[in-house]
Design a protein around this ligand. Structure first.
Ligand code: PHE
Length: 455
């Protein structure tokens, strides 16, 4: 197809844009809901504790400022300018299907992340229920208990519940579904986090945990730590997966994208900080070594809460927080393919949400039953099906998706500045970050996280 006939046969996404809109506060809250997720609740605290405490925290803030916020702003700007899906907006703004194809990769990526993210979200709900009902406690071996749980069939049911809830919220629409859901849960989450943080830091021996989390240790700041911070800044802000771009398509013209970007970054940081101030004081106060990954949430923390008066209540609250964080992120992931299908196939929102929810459950099933070995054989080269989907999406699709938006706004889309509403120094800094700093650092993240660059 040559350039001329392409212009005659406009793809459907060039004809219409989104019509639903977030309210101004609703958008910020929904975007914070997307950003704050499992990444904040267990990955951030742990990598901070491991890589130099407050020194790492400082590096993380620098990564947010240098790459995270500029790319976040770029995604929001493309979304609002294009008023379409993560693929359609790029086509609309550039007039070239070429960019849309890259955008499409992020849509598949969001779907794939959701297929295993919903599995872990399901685990957290299961643990919340177990804690409140008192069944989680008086158990000597939490590691065995966790292994037994993920090796059984319960995770499949919990994943289905998470996906049904997520699908329901997305089917209700931007304002009366996603916005309303986040407006209730995100403030509720802060209240619960503060309650648990006060409980954590007032425990006897808590200061050791605070020290582990935040004591600055500049000698641990290796190049490796820098790349971990960089990769995490990306994941934590939900970048590279079309989520912020898709939410951007529903943002009101009058909203200041610069102010929104700062608010989302700050929100993301605060929730991560609060999570760390719960996890480490609580585990250290009871002499339990903080574990890495799932072990931290599902083995070390239950053991610590077990030793605390009213532990089942506090543990239940903690898992409710993590579940809220996970489901509000899942909602933003589901919206990515749903917006695409509404645009491309002209399906109703309800139809798109239903079909994607069911497909995601089907694709997520092997993840749910491979990670704990429920069904054996779903493994290849020492990684389960779950691990592979996680590895490919988080380490390959995410940086590629981020790079596409960065290069698009930095080099290809000439009117980006008008849509972003930036002028003067802010504009110069933003464009310099997108043209020179972010692409180099994203390529580094990619080389590091895909295993091509070993430090
Ligand atoms: N930001 C989310 C977290 O910290 C994860 C996420 C990544 C959500 C990409 C959407 C898109 O857990």
């Amino acid at each position: 197809m040559n350039q001329h006939s392409q212009q005659l046969e406009k793809p459907p996404e060039l004809e219409r844009g989104t019509t639903e809109r977030f309210s101004s506060k609703g958008f910020i809250v929904a975007a914070i809901g997307s950003a704050v997720g499992l990444g904040n609740m267990w990955k951030f605290p742990y990598i901070t504790g491991e890589n130099g405490g407050a020194a790492f925290f400082l590096v993380f803030i620098i990564c947010l400022l240098l790459v995270g916020l500029p790319v976040l702003m770029a995604e929001l700007t493309v979304g609002r300018g294009g008023r379409g899906s993560a693929s359609g907006s790029l086509v609309r703004l550039s007039g070239k299907p070429f960019w849309g194809r890259f955008g499409f990769i992020t849509i598949v990526g969001a779907f794939a992340i959701l297929s295993f993210y919903s599995v872990v979200a399901g685990w957290t709900i299961h643990y919340a229920v177990l804690s409140f009902s008192g069944q989680l406690f008086h158990d000597a071996d939490y590691a065995a208990r966790f292994g037994e749980f993920i090796g059984g069939w319960w995770p499949v049911l919990w994943q289905a519940i998470v996906m049904l809830l997520t699908g329901f919220v997305v089917a209700k629409g931007i304002a009366s579904g996603i916005e309303r859901f986040n407006k209730i849960l995100i403030p509720a989450m802060v209240v619960l986090l503060v309650v648990l943080m006060i409980r954590g830091v007032t425990l006897e021996g808590a200061s050791e945990g605070v020290a582990f989390f935040l004591r600055p240790d500049f000698s641990s700041l290796t190049p490796q730590a820098f790349l971990i911070a960089l990769g995490h800044a990306f994941f934590s802000l939900s970048l590279g997966m079309g989520t912020m771009l898709t939410y951007g398509a529903y943002v009101d013209r009058r909203q200041s994208l610069g102010a929104a970007t700062f608010a989302i970054g700050l929100g993301d940081l605060l929730y991560a900080l609060l999570a760390g101030l719960i996890i480490f004081p609580t585990t250290f106060a009871f002499g339990i070594a903080p574990d890495q990954g799932p072990g931290l949430l599902f083995v070390a923390l239950p053991a610590a809460f077990d030793a605390m008066p009213l532990g089942s209540l506090f543990a239940g609250l903690f898992f409710v927080i993590v579940a809220i964080a996970a489901v509000t992120s899942a909602v933003s992931l589901l919206e990515v393919p749903v917006t695409y299908l509404i645009e491309r196939k002209r399906w109703s929102r309800v139809k798109a949400a239903t079909i994607v929810t069911i497909s995601c459950l089907a694709v997520g099933f092997p993840s749910a039953v491979s990670v704990g070995g429920t069904l054996p054989g779903l493994e290849w080269q020492g990684k389960t099906f779950f691990d592979w989907v996680d590895f490919i999406t988080s380490n390959i699709v995410l940086p590629v998706g981020g790079l596409v938006v960065t290069l698009f706004v930095g080099y290809a889309w000439k009117r980006a500045a008008d849509e972003a509403g930036l002028t003067g120094w802010w504009l110069r800094i933003w464009l310099a970050a997108l043209r020179y700093v972010a692409p180099i650092l994203i390529v580094l993240i990619f080389l590091h996280s895909s295993g091509l660059l070993k430090l």
